[in-house]
Design a protein around this ligand. Structure first.
Ligand code: S3P
Length: 443
């Protein structure tokens, strides 16, 4: 049964809040923990469906995973030590879990079937399989979507690979296979994508070299690596914090502090946009935790104006476009976001989901090739039911829009929010937003 959720105009947002653990780092902490010798203690792991699916898959592959409240423990099997699973590995909604684990499985002599939910089964896997096949992975039946059966090998070939699309997931899958191959494996990126895998590999003892090939970033890992378990602190997720920041900016009189947020420059493109739009946003108390930069983010409501977001910035804010697009509806003038082709293959076709949702809410939004154009308004009408298309970020973005719209906004199904941010409704309400169950008849 669908669970519609409604969001309506509230007073200002205020207070201090901690964003949930970063999803990308949480997946990596579990996977690299399972490939380490010893027991890793992970503090601040994101407890959401996507990450739990990865944890369950790792247990099927022989790792031990458990928790005492918010502290998680992974007892690994060492690089190359995973065991063949007895049943299919189900990654639910998570592209990150599925794609990274394909890299981890590639270097083990085993057969494993990967599957997921209806959204994940639509998403392209060829981009990961192609380089892994060059390294020696076998794919049973020539398919490019889940369910897929893969045959790994303990005799991988190291490769040098230039990514055809900027994708941290593809890069990470190759690096996770690379630590099992003899010699050096190099990934060359057209645009730098999030670098958590390389940072964490180095933190756990692998040899990683960041260099350049023809002006592009090149990451090299040394194969036959040994990883040694260490404590991993997971900072707050800037992609989840984005909704708090947007809500505070668009709701007059707001003043919030989001604590302990990952401030890695490969992830902060959204916050750069907010500053360029005239947002009052300050990073405070920057420090490092487990090899990653972290900061508190202070946000006060602001008069915003539209900007052009260049395509080169897309990888550093790829998951934040739904949030930026709804915020752009409240900014003076036009916001043009370029180079968004990858949004078509996310949890939904996000370009279409965003444009349709904004149009339903009375906002002028259009798709121009790979660009999205949103025209801001003094008063955003709202008053619509938005189709979330099984996409958690579409649901959260339009609930954020409802905070400032003239009429309430309903999202047709809020269940997918649990994949990345189960506490979103409660934490938004804690800041002062007015969220309540929607009309079950909403379509
Ligand atoms: C992720 C990388 C991004 C992002 C996803 C998480 C990761 O995907 O959209 O939510 O953790 O590596 P792509 O690498 O496919 O762009």
């Amino acid at each position: 049964m669908r669970q519609p959720l409604l969001s309506q105009k509230s007073g200002p947002l205020s207070g201090r809040i901690a964003a949930p653990g970063d999803k990308s780092i949480s997946h990596r902490a579990l996977i690299l923990g399972a490939l380490s010798m010893g027991t890793s203690r992970i503090v601040g792991l994101l407890q959401a469906d996507d990450v739990m699916a990865t944890a369950a898959a790792l247990v099927q592959l022989g790792a031990k995973v458990g928790n005492e409240r918010h502290e998680w423990f992974v007892t690994g099997r060492g690089v190359g030590g995973l065991m063949a699973p007895e049943a299919a590995l189900d990654f639910g909604n998570s592209g990150t879990g599925a794609r990274l684990m394909m890299g981890a499985v590639a270097g083990h002599e085993m057969t494993a079937t990967f599957t997921g939910d209806e959204s994940l089964k639509q998403r392209p896997m060829g981009r990961v399989l192609q380089p892994l096949e060059l390294m020696g992975l076998n794919v049973v039946e020539a398919r490019e979507t889940l369910p897929l059966t893969l045959i790994g090998t303990d005799d991988l070939i190291p490769i040098e690979y230039r990514l055809p699309v900027p994708s941290a997931q593809v890069k990470s899958a190759i690096l996770l296979a690379g630590i099992l191959a003899p010699g050096q494996t190099t990934v060359i990126e057209p645009e730098p994508s999030r670098d958590h895998t390389e940072r964490m590999l180095e933190y756990l003892g692998a040899k990683v070299v960041i260099g350049e090939r023809d002006g592009q970033r090149a990451v090299t890992v040394e194969g036959d690596a040994e990883l040694v378990a260490r404590d991993i602190m997971v900072p707050g997720d800037p992609s989840s914090a984005a909704f708090f920041a947007a809500g505070a900016l668009l709701s007059p009189g707001s003043d919030i502090l989001i604590e302990n947020v990952l401030a890695n420059p490969t992830r902060t493109g959204f916050y750069q946009c907010l500053a360029e739009m005239g947002g009052d946003i300050v990073f405070e108390g920057e420090h490092e935790a487990s090899g990653e930069p972290v900061a508190d983010i202070r946000v006060r409501s602001s008069e915003l104006h539209g900007i052009t977001v260049p395509a080169a910035r897309a990888p550093s804010m790829i998951d934040e476009y739904p949030c930026l697009a709804v915020l752009a509806a409240f900014a003076r003038g036009e916001t043009r976001m370029e180079g968004l082709g990858e949004l078509r293959v996310k949890e939904s076709d996000r370009l279409a989901s965003i444009a349709d949702g904004l149009t339903a809410c009375g906002v002028e939004a259009s798709i121009d090739g790979d660009a999205l154009v949103v025209v801001g308004m003094d008063q955003v009408p709202g008053g619509a039911t938005v189709a979330t298309n099984m996409d958690h970020r579409i649901a959260m973005a339009f609930l954020t829009l409802g905070i400032g719209a003239e009429q309430p906004v309903t999202v047709d199904d809020a269940r997918m929010i649990a994949t990345s941010f189960p506490d979103f409704p409660d934490l938004m309400a804690k800041l002062g937003a007015d969220l309540r169950p929607g009309n079950a008849g909403a379509e």
